[in-house]
Design a binder for this molecule. Structure first.
Ligand code: UDP
Length: 406
């Protein structure tokens, strides 16, 4: 494909070289040298939504960066009716430890829709990377000519045994499995590798904003800025514990005055979101704003203006929103679970909490002590620069792909 001048000047289409001020010339040179060895390769990613969750967020940036570095990297999205996504959301929940009744009907819907997607997707690639449980059984329908990797993003620390026993039959067919953390490893045949996600600092969600741009976005949604903002940005999902956030905020408000903003979106592969959003609406009040909207600039503005960002998840494979807020120098309070425990160093680059009461205590502490918030925020930003930018993620993938090369 020839790149037109318009595409080449698109500010979102950053190259590895654009990261040099952030990661240094040595890293850029090393990554480009590794990428050059994979120039003839054709890689494809398969997932189940174009937007609305961390996987889509990662793929939209990573695939562009890989292509800019000369590795031909595609992205396919499987299609399905709401009943398919209702089943796969239950599987997703079960992989994070929830209950599931894996009836024959659910298995039939799941396997049939994946089969239909296999019929219309033809893979002639050097590597196929399949993300999460939705497209997992695709592998059953091809004569495999290249390695297939299953990349599971969910918190697999304690999967429902029935769900895992069923899905493991598909997982066993893969050549490798990539998980976010060693503690998610499972007793399976394929080799397991561990790669933590990362963020793109140049996207609408993460790029620098002026104070006027932030004001403008907040004003657009009528978000009051007279008091400090306490913010959580998340899909409306039970594992993100939005009710716990509201409870913690109410407790904290006995000691400090602030406004809570819960903003979330509903991904096309997450049919529970709408219901959870509706169930939260009764909690709305003057100082508790709950918005369901897909606006990356609003996410950016909120994460920047917040006095403190919460991510009070009770399961979290890796919380992109945590890293996004830390990148903006904003102090973050995260649930002591899954990937968040590796993203936040407790008391140094944010706080980790286990209960609503602890979350409330930390909100009060940060709001009463802006210097503490600044220190946590600065340490948080530096830790993201060192560990969680997209170039590091790309290098991890290049190393993994390189290992498959003869
Ligand atoms: N996000 C968004 N709008 C929202 C809520 C979330 O753009 O209203 C983005 C968020 O900025 C992040 C991603 O969706 O990039 C969510 O990723 P995360 O890993 O935090 O959670 P997931 O949805 O994958 O469980």
């Amino acid at each position: 494909m020839e790149r037109s001048d318009t595409v080449a000047s698109d500010p979102a289409l950053k190259s590895v070289e654009d990261y040099e001020p952030l990661v240094g010339a040595e890293a850029v040179e090393r990554i480009m040298a590794k990428a050059a060895r994979l120039h003839d390769l054709h890689v494809v990613n398969v997932n189940s939504t174009y937007y609305g969750g961390g996987v889509a967020e990662i793929l939209s940036s990573l695939t562009l960066l890989m292509n800019r570095a000369g590795i031909r990297t595609g992205w396919r999205v499987i299609q399905g009716r709401p009943d398919f996504f209702s089943v796969t959301k239950k599987m997703h929940n079960a992989l994070q430890g929830g209950d599931i009744n894996l009836s024959d009907l659910k298995r039939d819907i799941y396997e049939q829709v994946v089969y239909e997607n296999a019929c219309r997707n033809h893979f002639d690639h050097d590597l196929v990377i399949v993300h999460d449980p939705q497209p997992l059984p695709l592998i059953c329908h091809y004569r495999k000519k290249a390695p297939w990797v299953w990349r599971c993003h969910v918190d697999l620390s304690n999967p429902n045994p029935d769900a895992w026993a069923y899905l493991a039959r598909f997982v066993e067919r893969y050549d490798a499995v990539v998980l976010s953390l060693p503690e998610y490893a499972q007793p399976i045949g394929p080799p397991q590798r561990f790669i933590m996600p990362a963020i793109n600092p140049f996207t609408t969600t993460n790029k620098d904003l002026s104070e006027a741009e932030i004001d403008d976005r907040l004003e657009h949604y009528g978000i009051p800025t007279d008091l400090p903002l306490v913010v959580q940005v998340s899909r409306f999902d039970k594992w993100k514990d939005p009710r716990g956030v509201i409870e913690a905020f109410r407790i904290a408000r006995r000691q400090v005055d602030a406004t809570l903003v819960l903003v979330g979106n509903v991904a096309t592969d997450d049919p529970e979101g709408q219901e959870i959003f509706a169930s939260l609406c009764s909690c709305r009040e003057d100082r508790i704003r709950i918005l369901s909207v897909q606006d990356s600039a609003l996410v950016n503005a909120l994460q920047r203006r917040a006095a403190v960002v919460l991510q009070k998840s009770t399961r979290e494979g890796f919380g992109l929103t945590v890293t996004e807020a830390m990148w903006k120098g904003t102090p973050v309070i995260g649930g002591r679970v899954g990937g968040i425990r590796h993203q936040i160093e407790d008391g140094v680059s944010g706080f980790l909490v286990e209960t609503v009461e602890q979350a409330a205590e930390r909100i009060v502490q940060v709001l009463k002590d802006p210097d503490l918030g600044r220190r946590l925020g600065e340490a948080g930003r530096e830790s993201v620069r060192e560990r969680f930018l997209m170039t590091r993620l790309m290098e991890d993938w290049i190393d993994l792909i390189g290992a498959f090369e003869p």
